[in-house]
Design a protein around this ligand. Structure first.
Ligand code: PLP
Length: 382
């Protein structure tokens, strides 16, 4: 098997598995219980949160642990005030966001910010759409279909200027910047202060940690409302008995990611180069401003969904886009947003590389993909 779909799921790292182990059956105590073994577990849970927080330049108390990035993204939107002033421009979100941002933003009457053909945010479009009613801007750090790295610090600069201007004019409305950094932690050095974000979503599942665990970084500027009522865990913002093994695993992989960012970058640059050199008859969609482990290929005129099945037959696992959209047979809103035609979208494959991959696999994958593509072209041309 050559697995090239790490943007959809990553296997849990051995160190994380080992670290999580004792918390399932031996150290199973509820961190809120009053006796000593439970208090020990509570302390270990807090230390694990501190490891995650420190990796992004924050404190444990700035993090709300959630059951994954979808929940963290939904929670971020509770920062909106309940008033109805200018509801249309209250939320601005990048049109290429993951559905867990896009759908909530749409439900709240959000307005989409356009991207340029490169996939980067159109900063002029953003500036033009901010009104005195705007409270929240959501721009992911890395796009999950293209790997595009957004210039978040530049967005934060615009946000700061708007805040200053509002202060000068006595406009009291908050303006917060949220970023979904689900795909970023393995290959980017993420720091909330440097990026200038008020809210940031993290996802254990994309960085070789357990699934169903995530976190929302919340700055002091942002006042959230809980999505679920209950026992008041996580500063009252996310009730429910803590997922101790999940958070221990998450902290382990965050620490690993932080250590290996530089090496990871060099590794994927080389693997990507091999693929791009050896693959034939494609157009590269994500040429610039991208994480090197994302390779988006367009085989115009071919049906990428058929390619996915044909490649699976030969042991190569790839995707046509976000796993959730692909499973519903929905065309990628991301590829549409960067200006691809329907036929180009239909012919596009997402290869996302990860820790299981090496150079030998890239040579083999390129050979198999070339063979399958050639056979498909021959079949179509009769
Ligand atoms: N945000 C991004 C950018 C993602 O890639 C994903 C997962 O595909 C999510 C959010 C949702 O994560 P989860 O399904 O773990 O809640």
């Amino acid at each position: 098997m050559i697995y090239l779909d790490f943007a959809a799921a990553t296997p849990v790292n051995d160190k994380a598995l080992k670290a999580m182990g004792p918390y399932f059956a031996e150290e199973f105590f509820n961190p809120s219980s009053p006796y000593l073994p439970a208090k020990k577990v509570a302390a270990e849970y807090e230390s694990a949160k501190a490891v995650i927080a420190r990796a992004i330049g924050a404190k444990a108390t700035d993090l709300v642990i959630t059951a994954g990035a979808t929940e963290a993204n939904n929670l971020a939107f509770t920062a909106l005030s309940l008033g109805e002033a200018e509801p249309t421009f209250k939320i601005l979100y990048l049109e290429t966001e993951h559905d867990s941002v896009r759908r909530v933003a749409e439900q709240c009457g959000g307005v989409a910010i356009q991207v340029l053909p490169s996939g980067l945010i159109d900063l002029e479009d953003l500036k033009g759409k901010i009104t005195d009613g705007t409270e929240l801007i959501s721009v992911s750090l890395v796009n999950n279909e293209l790997g595009t790295i957004q210039p978040l610090a530049e967005v934060a600069k615009i946000v700061r200027e708007i805040r200053l201007d509002r202060m000068r004019r006595g406009v009291k409305r908050q303006l917060l910047l949220h970023s979904d950094a689900s795909q970023a932690l393995n290959l980017l050095d993420v720091n909330v202060a440097r990026l200038g974000v008020d809210l940031m979503t993290l996802n254990s599942a994309k960085i070789y940690g357990p699934k169903g665990v995530g976190a929302l970084y919340v700055s002091h500027e942002a006042k959230l409302r809980p999505l679920v009522a209950g026992g008041g865990q996580e500063q009252g913002l996310r009730s429910g008995t803590e997922n101790v093994p999940g958070v221990i695993g998450f902290a382990t992989v965050v620490a690993e990611a932080k250590k290996h960012v530089k090496n990871n970058r060099a590794k994927y640059r080389e693997l990507r180069r091999i693929l791009l050199d050896e693959l034939q008859g494609y157009e590269l969609i994500n040429k610039k401003h991208t994480l090197d482990n994302f390779v988006i290929l367009c085989y115009n005129g071919l049906d990428a969904e058929r390619l996915v099945f044909l490649l699976e037959d030969k042991g190569v696992y790839v995707a046509t886009g976000a796993a959730c959209a692909a499973s519903k047979g929905v065309r990628s809103h991301v590829l549409k947003a960067i200006g691809l035609s329907d036929s180009e979208i239909a012919g596009s494959l997402r290869l996302s590389l990860g820790e299981l991959n090496d150079a030998e696999q890239m040579h083999e994958a390129a050979r198999i993909i070339n063979e399958v593509v050639l056979a498909e072209r021959a079949r179509i041309n009769g």
